[in-house]
Write a protein that binds this ligand. Structure first.
Ligand SMILES: *Cc1c(COP(=O)(O)O)cnc(C)c1O
Length: 360
């Protein structure tokens, strides 16, 4: 039976990447060592590290005046590192509140300075993106933070806010590499690896150079971006094996047409799944407004939540795994990241159709 894993994260990785990692596990390229066993200062690992950064730069078209950092601590630590590094003595930063991950970032930023919530969608249980025209931005804000894809609520921005001279900061944990972005519009992009990049334990930060070096006094050394940038993410021991797997994922993306090709497949996958939900005569329901539906995380409910347990049991028996929704939303959530093939979404849609006919 083919297994399709719809986990929100840690999430599915490309089969080819896992197979390559398996083949190279005990002896990387005739070195006689596993990547796990290599010194991070040795020429073998340094090569892997540099190649991963070069491939990511190529994939995302990252301009030369941006640093690529591989850090630890997850997106959660970025919620603190961002205000510590980017407030730069200013009173406050702007935040957009579109769901649970925005709220976590806001809560943490409040420990370090003023937070001005410029827009929210709390009137709707976080099911849409607030129109830019209604945002109450502060032109003297240190930066503006938003969450382009809310992994839990399934709300995704189809556009990039234009904040002028105010640096734009984005938590792309769950949609990085899934669609094209013009990196030059951002001051800083960050993402935990475990959704679209690789294994948990690596945090990617892409930051414009001029934002470095103005860290708050008493900031721990490990939380200063400039320290990591100057040390090429090797100030301390980086998460070497996770970076190696991320590098294999970047090569897999490059071999398969890059982000543009991935975006087309992601559009097709999302269309297929939302189409099935909308055509189910109310048996399935997605609460997110049409224009702001995530291509990566698709939350949906069944018309009667008493059917949830049976839906999950039958899905499991078919090899359609980890469809249970987040505890705060309930129902189901299908995460359909880059590594989820169209065939996986088709298998889910086929099952959903049968289940609705059986129990509808
Ligand atoms: C998963 C996720 C996080 C949390 O990531 P950690 O690596 O667990 O800290 C933060 N933001 C978004 C948008 C996420 O999807």
């Amino acid at each position: 039976m083919t297994i399709y894993n719809f986990s929100a994260g840690p999430a599915v990785l490309p089969k080819e990447v896992l197979q390559q990692a398996q083949a190279e596990l005990p002896d990387w390229h005739g070195s006689g060592m596993s990547v796990m066993e290599m010194s991070h200062r040795g020429k073998e690992y340094m090569g892997i590290h540099a190649q991963a950064i070069a491939d990511l730069r190529e994939l995302m078209g990252i301009p030369a005046n941006y640093k690529v950092l591989f850090l630890q601590g997850g997106a959660h630590l970025q919620f603190s590192m961002i205000p510590l590094n980017l407030l730069c003595g200013k009173d406050s930063a702007d935040y957009v509140d579109t769901g649970e991950w925005s709220k976590k970032a806001i809560g943490e930023a409040k420990k370090f300075g003023g937070v001005n919530v410029v827009a929210d969608n709390n009137d709707s249980k976080c099911t849409y993106v607030p129109a830019f025209a209604d945002w109450k931005c502060d032109p003297s804000a240190a930066y503006l933070h938003y969450t382009p894809n809310e992994t839990i609520g399934g709300v995704e921005f189809g556009w990039v806010p234009n904040t002028g001279d105010v640096p734009l900061v984005a938590d792309m944990s769950s949609n990085i590499l899934s669609r094209s972005y013009d990196v030059s519009k951002f001051g800083l992009i960050y993402a935990g690896a475990q959704k679209n990049i690789g294994p948990a334990g690596v945090t990617l930060v892409i930051v414009r150079e001029d934002l470095l070096g103005q860290v708050a006094a008493n900031t721990p050394t490990m939380l200063d971006y400039k320290i990591h940038a100057d040390g090429d993410s090797m100030y301390n021991t980086p998460p070497t094996y996770g970076i190696y797997i991320a590098g294999l994922v970047f090569q897999w993306l490059r071999k398969n047409g890059g982000i543009a090709a991935m975006e087309q497949t992601n559009i097709a996958k999302a269309k297929l799944l939302y189409g099935a939900i909308d055509a189910s005569n109310g048996f399935y329901h997605c609460p997110v407004s049409q224009a702001d539906r995530s291509r990566m995380n698709v939350p949906f409910t069944l018309k009667d939540s008493a059917l949830d347990a049976d839906f999950l049991k039958q899905a499991d028996a078919r090899g359609l795994l980890q469809l249970k929704g987040h505890r705060s939303v309930g129902g189901m959530r299908a995460s359909i990241y880059n590594a989820m093939p169209l065939a996986g979404v088709q298998a889910l849609v086929d099952f959903m159709g049968e289940f609705a006919r059986q129990r509808g």
